[in-house]
Design a protein around this ligand. Structure first.
Ligand code: GLU
Length: 482
């Protein structure tokens, strides 16, 4: 079996995108599983739009996710440089090679001529594309003119026949050659086009399988033609489905956050993102949708990528993040909240002390501060929620019970929780009220919310005196609502 060499080839023209991580994940996993190489190549031939800060953003985001590349501009490697802007000489040499073999030619057509051609083709409702005007210029003459004239280099595409390849996920794909014109390989500024640089690099870097988003399918015949022109064996292609918004359109900023760092800053764990992104195109045979990265790498095979349009479902992402948070040890969770900058002004010690109350309730690392807020300050009380949950109890009776409860809890201070609970039940039963009502009222008094961590630990965390003061205040409010 040939060595498994995979790659991602992002263009650094914007914030690191979830789609980049999604494709990176499959490529990384496959190389990793097979002891192969995973390459991160920066396709920055669009000099106007490419920025170093975006490139750095890609490193930062992938490092956060634990997707490490074996070769990259930052890590180096035996097949570098890994930034296309630093490989101009390589492309020039390859373009010259194609010209010499008659597979490519220089084109001197001016922008005006090309615009006119387009106008004409449009008016005639014909196929758009280059008409081969410069294809028959004698090579020696073209070489001479090239010394002084602006020109591009084009591939001499076979007009007849078709180009085919076997897509690992989609089977045989055949595209008639007349669909493609004589594509540009080198632009007038001497820069290679995406097609040229991509093919030369994939070949020179020994890439064995190209797993990329399906939006690149229309480019693939051009690539296959180029491989043939060079006399090279093309890699295996596997075009994976695009990430999609809920309405099935291609994932976009307007409908979903697409920046990876946004997810980090919103309190998602990197392992949640990896699990979630993997699920977009792959699922374990067993139904369990929550899995560890190592488990995914172990089981993953590109052949199993499913083509059903995956939907980027934030509700599911939140669920998954909650699951992952519950799996962390308390120390680990505390560390991530603190290191991630999600602790607000909580001291690490205090945070660690109360964290057990909240682990089960968190869907994001960001949740700790709001959930635990009642411990350090008077919370706003959900009185509406309380009224709904204690509908059958007269507020005056509830107030009376609360006062009673505060007294009993003082008497029972230091006793076991079961004893306190029994005492509170008695308070309700004496008044022929369901015990749930008193527990609910206490909960709202102490924590502000009807759904909150358990009552007694919350009282401990808030402090006994302060908790009882809150209970009495609520009693007063219920007895004489403002
Ligand atoms: N530079 C392309 C991109 O931005 C690479 C596509 C490919 O993987 O061939 O995604």
């Amino acid at each position: 079996m040939t060595d498994v060499v995979t790659r991602i080839a992002p263009s650094p023209t914007g914030e690191a995108h979830v789609g980049t991580a999604y494709v990176a994940l499959f490529n990384w996993a496959w190389a990793h599983k097979n002891d192969g190489r995973f390459i991160l190549r920066i396709e920055d031939t669009d000099q106007a739009r490419s920025k170093r800060e975006y490139e750095d953003g890609i490193y930062e985001a992938l490092a956060w996710l634990g997707i490490e590349s074996d070769e990259s501009p930052a890590a180096g490697g035996a097949h570098g440089p890994y930034r296309q802007s630093e490989r101009s000489a390589v492309y020039a040499e390859h373009a010259a090679q194609l010209i010499a073999s008659g597979n490519a030619y220089r084109c001197f057509c001016t922008a005006e001529r090309l615009a006119e051609l387009r106008q004409f083709q449009k008016a005639a409702k014909g196929r758009l594309g280059y008409d081969g005007h410069c294809r028959d210029i004698a090579p020696a003459e073209a070489a001479e003119r090239a010394k002084n004239e602006t020109h591009v280099v084009r591939l001499a595409v076979d007009r007849e026949g078709s180009t085919r390849w076997h897509d690992l996920l989609r089977g045989e794909i055949v595209i008639a050659n007349e669909e493609d014109d004589d594509q540009e390989l080198v632009k007038s500024d001497g820069m290679p086009t995406y097609h040229m640089a991509n093919v030369v690099d994939d070949h020179m870097m020994g890439v064995s399988i190209v797993m990329r988003a399906e939006e690149w399918i229309p480019s693939t015949p051009k690539h296959v033609m180029l491989y043939a022109a060079f006399g090279w064996e093309p890699p295996t292609f596997a075009h994976v489905p695009l990430l999609r918004n809920r309405d099935k359109s291609k994932i976009s900023k307007r409908k979903n956050p697409t920046s990876l760092i946004w997810y980090r800053d919103a309190g998602y764990l990197p392992e949640t993102m990896v699990n979630f992104l993997a699920l977009q195109g792959w699922s374990p045979r067993e139904d369990d949708e929550e899995f560890a990265v190592a488990e995914f790498v172990n089981k993953f095979n590109p052949r199993d990528i499913s083509l059903g349009g995956p939907v980027f479902d934030m509700t599911k992402l939140d669920w998954l993040n909650g699951e992952k948070i519950r799996k962390l040890s308390l120390d680990d969770l505390a560390e991530r909240i603190i290191e991630g900058g999600f602790a607000g002004d909580w001291s690490p010690d205090h945070l660690r002390e109360v964290l057990p109350l909240f682990q089960d309730r968190m869907k994001s690392l960001k949740d700790f501060v709001p959930l635990a807020g009642y411990i350090r300050g008077r919370p706003e009380l959900d009185l509406e929620g309380l009224a709904k949950k204690t509908k059958k109890v007269d507020p005056a009776v509830l107030a009376d019970m609360l006062r009673d409860a505060a007294r009993r809890l003082e008497e029972f201070d230091g006793h076991a929780d079961e004893e306190k609970e029994a005492a509170l039940r008695l308070i309700a039963e004496k008044r022929e009220v369901k015990p749930g009502a008193i527990f609910m009222a206490l909960r709202v008094a102490v924590t502000g919310a009807t759904a909150s961590p358990p009552l007694f630990p919350s009282i401990d965390a808030v402090g006994f005196e302060e908790s009882m003061a809150r209970v009495r205040d609520l009693a007063e409010h219920l007895a004489a609502p403002a």
